[in-house]
Design a protein around this ligand. Structure first.
Ligand SMILES: Nc1nc2c(ncn2[C@@H]2O[C@H](COP(=O)(O)OP(=O)(O)OP(=O)(O)O)[C@@H](O)[C@H]2O)c(=O)[nH]1
Ligand SMILES: [Mg+2]
Length: 163
């Protein structure tokens, strides 16, 4: 489980746009319709282009289409939002791996970052999560959210995370 992926993407998109670069966001959390709406709000705020498809679409295909737009537009940066997932569910990790394979195949030369967003209040389980994500998609960095220590965010178990 991770928290704050979409919020972090919004912040990153904003920063990159401020550097004068063109950003495309792939709404590849297709698990919930609301997830697309949420990332769209962030895309609009930062004036980034968004590529979205209907709920239930294969997330890898959304990323594939976003890559084609990236190439057509000659945009600078593609940011892919993904659905929250438990690291010990193989089919969910396989879905993430499929996204990575599409990116590697379509953009072999591109500089890539794979960021794992972790709630800073997560305990020792964070280590198992990092290991699993590292093994599957070779994460290159971590984002720690909720460092402010409030619990105002939604809980993964209550809301959106597939188990
Ligand atoms: N306190 C606090 N809340 C945060 C932080 N980052 C995100 N949130 C809140 O946590 C909630 C979930 O954030 P999202 O960015 O939607 O999380 P997500 O990982 O995309 O979640 P799903 O799309 O449901 O998988 C929202 O209510 C955010 O406002 C943070 O650093 N601190
Ligand atoms: Mg999200």
């Amino acid at each position: 489980m991770e928290f704050g992926k979409t919020t972090s993407i919004g912040k990153i998109a904003n920063r990159i746009k401020k550097e004068g670069k063109e950003v495309i966001i792939a709404a590849a959390d297709t698990f919930r319709a609301a997830a697309v709406e949420q990332v769209e709000i962030w895309a609009n705020r930062s004036n980034s282009k968004i590529v979205k498809r209907e709920e239930g679409t294969d997330p890898a295909s959304v990323v594939y289409e976003a890559i084609q737009e990236l190439k057509n537009d000659d945009a600078d940066v593609l940011i892919c939002d993904t659905a929250g997932r438990l690291h010990n569910k193989k089919y969910l990790m396989d879905e993430l791996l499929k996204i990575k394979k599409v990116i590697d195949k379509e953009l072999p030369e591109a500089k890539k970052e794979v960021l794992l967003v972790l709630d800073a209040t997560t305990g020792q389980n964070a280590i198992a999560q990092v290991k699993a994500f590292k093994e599957t998609v070779d994460i290159t960095g971590l984002i720690l959210t909720k460092l402010d220590g409030t619990a105002k965010g939604r809980s993964c178990y209550r809301n959106s995370c597939r188990k």
